[in-house]
Design a protein around this ligand. Structure first.
Ligand code: ADP
Ligand code: ASP
Ligand code: MG
Length: 422
């Protein structure tokens, strides 16, 4: 008998019929003798619907200014689906109880809409498990020091599930979703994408941080920090599929490099349409510019991703970087109002129609020429590279958004990701 955490995403919880299906699957695991904690997301579309209502009521107000209320609002989606799942389990003859984040409690910091989990008190959950109940813990939400409800950022139920698994030292955390594992790239964009049986933790971390939304990045960070055994698998198989077969399906995130069976140089391709590019032009090229530009942006709580500074000409240079599209207007505003006048730069320009495409693979460590192959493939497709950033196991380029699918497909093919590993 083991303690197992299941997480079900929005599509998996998308209707009463689907919730019943989840309940039957969870009941199967419980009846096999496992102690079950289940973390559901809101029903698909619900979080967007709720956030849309807020936007309708305050179209011209910066969402930052009412982020506490956004958390009050968005957290209700998970509360509803958790209660529905507990009811469905009871209808299946399983004893079950659901808890909101604040009832557990799952404590977070106060960064509304992107809070980080700080601690989880598992006393109540353990007592219920001991009493033979299936425990449902709402995903995506927590409680800050002041008693406010917080949420963990979009896709945050993954993080709730892994954090609960870490806190309770669960044997395994199974992330049930609408695909049957982690693929070489998003199978919605490249139908030839292949499921990976295993993916190393480091690769998963890069893929998640480069935009592959199958797992929220913080969930992968948690799994790494606390060595949580983590598997991504489908909630669309028949619920009564053999439990051992199910337990071995999908994609396992591995921690040992030599466990990494597939020795591809590039394991996956991620892309991200959520960024925008900002350039500060004609900046005097003196010590401290990067600090003055990016410091002001950071003070406005805007995270910066890819950065480049051009060679200087006549003592002036151009400085470009990317930010999340949601922060674009704020960053431009800060630069125009605070940085331009004091820095004596000429102009701030921006482009929201960009995307970032990344190739990821631990094999890149030991192979040269991988990045240059990427650049060649893109040039053969006539795609202009605007920015480049690299790490030991990834290379990212910023390109025009309209070429995103073309770039991902061409790279997927060029790196033989559609072929079974040799
Ligand atoms: P959930 O609602 O279950 O949390 P998400 O929509 O957040 O599901 O994540 C699953 C989706 O992630 C898939 O439907 C798929 O389109 C997308 N995705 C992006 N990159 C990948 C990848 N490399 N492998 C699998 N799925 C991916
Ligand atoms: N419901 C939240 C979202 O849509 C959290 C999640 O699904 O993981 O982002
Ligand atoms: Mg998700």
């Amino acid at each position: 008998m083991a303690l197992i955490v299941h997480k079900y995403g929005g599509t998996s919880m998308g209707s009463t019929e689907r919730i019943r299906h989840v309940a039957k699957r969870v009941a199967k695991w419980a009846r096999a003798g496992h102690q079950m904690v289940v973390v559901p997301s809101a029903m698909s579309g619900e979080t967007n619907r709720l956030l849309g209502l807020a936007k309708e009521l305050a179209p011209s107000k910066a969402t930052d200014s009412y982020s506490r209320e956004l958390d009050m609002l968005a957290s209700t989606g998970e509360q509803a689906s958790s209660a529905l799942l507990a009811i469905a389990l009871q209808a299946e003859g399983m004893e079950s109880v659901s808890y909101a984040g604040w009832q557990v409690p799952i404590r977070t910091n106060s960064a509304h809409t992107k809070a980080r989990i700080e601690s989880i008190d598992d006393t109540k959950v353990r007592a219920d498990l001991e009493a033979g109940r299936v425990v449902i813990v709402t995903g995506f939400q927590g409680l800050d020091e002041l008693g406010n409800i917080t949420t963990l950022g979009r896709g945050g139920s993954d993080t709730s599930a892994v954090a609960v698994a870490a806190a309770m030292k669960a044997e395994e955390c199974l992330i049930f979703t609408d695909v049957d594992g982690v693929y070489t790239t998003d199978p919605r964009v490249v139908p030839e994408a292949r499921r990976l049986k295993t993916v190393s933790f480091e690769e998963m971390l890069e893929m998640a941080s480069m935009g592959s939304k199958v797992l929220q990045i913080r969930s992968v960070e948690f799994a790494g920090k606390y060595k949580v055994k983590l598997r991504v698998l489908s909630s669309f198989t028949p619920w009564d599929i053999d439990i051992n077969e199910e337990a071995a399906s999908g994609t396992l995130i591995t921690f040992e490099e030599d466990e990494h069976m597939e020795q591809a140089i590039v394991s996956g391709i991620a892309f991200n349409r959520d960024e925008a590019k900002i350039s500060v032009l004609g900046v005097p090229d003196t010590p401290g510019i990067a600090y003055r530009i990016l410091g002001a942006v950071a003070d406005a709580n805007v995270e910066v991703d890819v950065i480049i500074q051009n060679l200087s000409k006549d003592g002036k240079t151009d400085f470009s970087f990317t930010v999340n599209r949601g922060d674009y207007a704020k960053a431009i505003d800060v630069l125009k109002s605070k940085v331009l006048p004091s820095l004596g730069a000429q102009e701030v320009v921006g482009d929201t129609k960009i995307c970032k495409v990344s190739i990821v693979g631990i094999g890149m460590r030991s192979h040269v020429g991988v990045a240059s192959k990427m650049f060649r493939v893109l040039s053969e497709e006539g795609i202009n590279i605007q920015m480049i950033s690299t790490s030991e196991i990834k290379t990212s380029v910023v390109i025009d958004e309209k070429y995103m699918e073309l770039a991902v497909r061409a790279l997927h093919k060029a790196f033989d990701l559609d072929q079974p590993p040799v």
